[in-house]
Ligand binder design. Structure first.
Ligand code: GDP
Length: 762
């Protein structure tokens, strides 16, 4: 074992020992009452310092005994091999740690736009967030994206200006970029203190204390009240203190009242300011700004203090889930494969509790499931527990159908009770407004009136569908010997990430990978290479087109041949027509007319299964360009199978018959059409809108919000390839967008040639 391995295992052991202590029953049951819990996320542009900050938080809270460094590749949260290599965080991991009689549950959100599904899921379960900025760069493109996503979920935030040790860091430039780009009023709580150009501490602008970190790993720091004797430092701090109180009192009436009674801005009690800051942060009227340098071990403890002081407890938010009363309600925000424990599902509990081995009811999928073990998590380590209570994060094993984003409860009856209670609340317009976050509003159908029942279903995730992947590519193992290993790796990855689909092309045998974007597929490839040691090759990403029948047709098909001495005899008649939205399991119908019914009643169920297999194979390739066929209703009218005929011959005959049916009916090409939501500063709106028009976008809604245009539109995916970089250029990086599949639509005739080229390559 080399030195690295020894260190690695030592670190694991130490973490385990310290975490056991933290997770001990008494602490979990009694000490952390719900208002002492903070469920937060750290949001940042890549490289702003999210991982470094998280590692310091774990260290100062005593959860780990030594600190990893990103450039050494040994941090706790970046535990996936690929992240170690890249030094960036991709997969969410939940980490819990204690801080000053509070418990902080940190949900590590992924940082790239193509993982918006994962970011959205983790944002949906956060009560608050820390937004980390690189103080030498200010608000960057990704900051803007996650900021607007957090707006969508109404997540209260504090901002942390990291990298204050850098000589090019600048608080006032950061404040200006926060005002300009995020369009919010920042409330500066810290002033960095430098000595000979080196960052040594901060001034707390509320208490007017100087906090100086002593040498070493930053565990020790001293607070001292500033006085007039501090000269310039005092003057500057005092002026910023007055500015803080002044700004805050214009937001918070209670503080304004206290100032009026005192008739001065001086000597306002720190506690009153802190309370006003908390109220304003929870209402998202203000955003406290903290400073530090995580790498130099300065400002992390004060950041954690701010998390406990200003960010919400589970009781301050999530009121939609009160409809479950004391029943369990929890949302799955991450499904992960673990070598020893199998599939693990991370649940955020809103109400009630979950016990080991409990049965749960999945509201989205209308299914009851048996849970296995129950754990609490520290990145890649899990501690078995008997019970997890309201407000906490639980990890359960053995769930098969629960996907990221699903809501679970105790039973179907509990779900029905909750839906009824929530619907009743939603009948009051003010309550509906309070509960319907912009993100939930976005899930309601376009162009339709919404009933309280519709809104309740969206809030509870009833009938949620997994997003359809819109890009696909072929994936090849390096050798035939590794094909099996690749298939099981892909099966595991698809289970973790519902937006990833794996399929085999039955004609060519080639494996196909379908996902949400080009980078999504690229990251999956890298995970296969690093985590499973399979050097896969991906074909070029392609848009997932579909075909739909135009007319209908009916064909009788007969097979009578000898294979290896056995006679294979099949006679069958099938028809097909276009029917919108036929569910997958209802595509095949049996003809109920007297003559057909009497024939089909004699068909062996085995042969009907074989016909279904043939049908599935035929649906994979439409007659026009070989794209999958959708919205088809197939009817079986007649089936005769000779004695001794193989099932495979029946499947092949059904597939052959249907190909003839589809060919006679004819098909049109369908393309994925996306629903886009953009936020663009007014100054750049004209250019962005003109570009959207060129991309065949159909505008649905334009609103003005805080100097930004918020645009909802619908556009074909073929016009949106590479859109994120185009939008960045058009808006100088100030616009952000999210997109998801709305539906498949017929390609207009004038664009068909282009689509054919996209599919066939010529
Ligand atoms: P993430 O991508 O947001 O998780 O950022 P990381 O924590 O991986 O940090 C990115 C790079 O910035 C790494 O090389 C860190 O060592 C460095 N870094 C993080 N915090 C600081 C800081 O406070 N000061 C300086 N100078 N560098 C930092």
């Amino acid at each position: 074992m080399n030195t690295f391995c020894v260190l690695h295992y030592y670190r694991k052991f130490i973490r385990h020992v310290s975490y056991r202590k933290y997770c001990s029953a008494s602490k979990f049951k009694d000490k952390n009452s719900i208002e002492k819990i903070r469920n937060i996320g750290i949001l940042a542009h890549i490289d702003a310092g999210k991982t470094t900050t998280t590692e310091r938080m774990l260290f100062y809270s005593g959860t780990i005994r030594s600190m990893g460094e990103v450039h050494h590749g040994n941090t706790v949260t970046d535990y996936m091999e690929q992240e170690r290599q890249r030094g960036i965080t991709i997969t969410s991991a939940a980490v819990s740690f204690p801080w000053k009689d509070h418990q902080i549950n940190l949900i590590d959100t992924p940082g790239h736009i193509d993982f918006t599904m994962e970011v959205e899921q983790s944002l949906a379960v956060l009560d608050g967030a820390v937004v980390v900025l690189d103080a030498s760069a200010g608000v960057e493109a990704q900051t803007l994206t996650v900021w607007r996503q957090a707006d969508g979920h109404r997540v209260p935030r504090i901002l942390y200006l990291n990298k204050m040790d850098r000589t090019d860091s600048d608080v006032s430039i950061c404040l200006n970029s926060i005002r300009d780009k995020l369009r919010v009023e920042p409330l500066l709580l810290h002033l960095p203190i430098r000595q000979e150009d080196k960052l040594i501490g901060l001034v707390d602008l509320n208490t007017l204390e100087e906090i100086i970190w002593t040498q070493g790993r930053g565990q020790h720091y001293n607070r001292r009240k500033l006085t007039e004797k501090d000269g310039q430092k005092w003057e500057k701090s005092m002026s910023l203190h007055r500015e803080l109180i002044d700004n805050l009192s214009s937001i918070d009436d209670q503080l304004a009242e206290a100032i009026i009674q005192q008739e001065t801005l001086e000597n306002i009690e720190n506690k009153l300011v802190e309370e006003a800051l908390r109220r304003s942060t929870l209402d998202m009227k203000a955003f406290p700004i903290l400073c530090g340098s995580s790498y130099k071990n300065i400002g992390v403890q004060t950041l954690m203090d701010a998390v406990t002081s200003y960010l919400p407890s589970p009781l301050d938010c999530n009121t939609a889930y009160q409809c479950f009363e004391s029943d369990l309600s929890a949302r799955a925000f991450k499904v992960q494969h673990d070598d020893q424990r199998g599939v693990l599902t991370f649940l955020r509990l809103y109400s009630g509790e979950i016990t080991k081995g409990q049965k749960i009811y999945n509201v989205a999928r209308d299914k009851t499931e048996q849970t296995g073990y129950l754990y609490v998590a520290l990145a890649d380590e899990y501690k078995p527990v008997e019970k997890v209570t309201q407000g906490n994060i639980a990890v359960v094993s053995s769930l098969k159908s629960t996907m990221t984003g699903d809501l679970v409860t105790t039973s179907a009856a509990a779900a029905t009770r909750a839906r009824t209670a929530l619907t009743a609340q939603l009948r009051q317009p003010a309550r509906a407004d309070a509960l319907l976050t912009p993100a939930a509003r976005h899930k309601l159908p376009l162009d339709a009136d919404h009933t309280p029942e519709d809104i309740a279903d969206v809030l509870l995730g009833i009938g949620t569908t997994i997003p359809e992947p819109v890009f696909f590519c072929s994936v090849e193992p390096p050798s035939a010997g590794q094909a099996q290993a690749l298939e099981s790796a892909l099966a595991e990855l698809a289970r973790e990430d519902p937006s990833l689909r794996v399929d085999a092309d039955h004609d060519t045998g080639q494996l196909l990978l379908a996902g949400m974007g080009e980078l999504h597929l690229e990251v999956i490839k890298e995970r296969i290479v690093r985590e499973y040691g399979i050097e896969v090759e991906l074909g070029p990403p392609q848009i997932s087109y579909r075909e739909a029948l135009v007319g209908g047709a009916r064909v009788a098909h007969a097979v009578d041949r000898k294979v290896g001495g056995a006679r294979q005899l099949v006679n069958l008649t099938m028809s097909a027509k276009h029917v919108k939205g036929v569910p997958q399991d209802k595509v095949l119908k049996l003809d109920k007319s007297a003559e057909s019914a009497s024939n089909l009643s004699h068909a062996h169920p085995r042969y009907l299964t074989a016909v279904r297999a043939g049908l599935n194979a035929a649906l994979r390739h439409g007659p026009r360009l070989g794209c999958p066929l959708v919205d088809v209703q197939v009817t079986l009218h007649w089936l005769e199978v000779g004695r001794g005929t193989a099932d495979s011959a029946v499947s092949a005959a059904a597939a052959h018959c249907l190909r003839k049916v589809f060919g006679e009916a004819g098909s049109v090409l369908l393309e994925p059409v996306m629903r886009l939501a953009l936020v663009v500063p007014e100054s750049h709106a004209a250019r962005v809108m003109a570009d959207l028009a060129r991309r065949r976008a159909d505008l649905r809604d334009v609103q003005l919000r805080h100097g930004n245009k918020v645009v909802e539109c619908v556009a074909p995916l073929s016009e949106l390839v590479g859109y994120s970089s185009a939008l960045r250029t058009l808006s100088s990086g100030l616009a952000t967008f999210t997109m998801e599949l709305l539906s498949y639509r017929e390609v207009p005739p004038q664009y068909e040639q282009q689509a054919v080229t996209n599919i066939t390559g010529f």
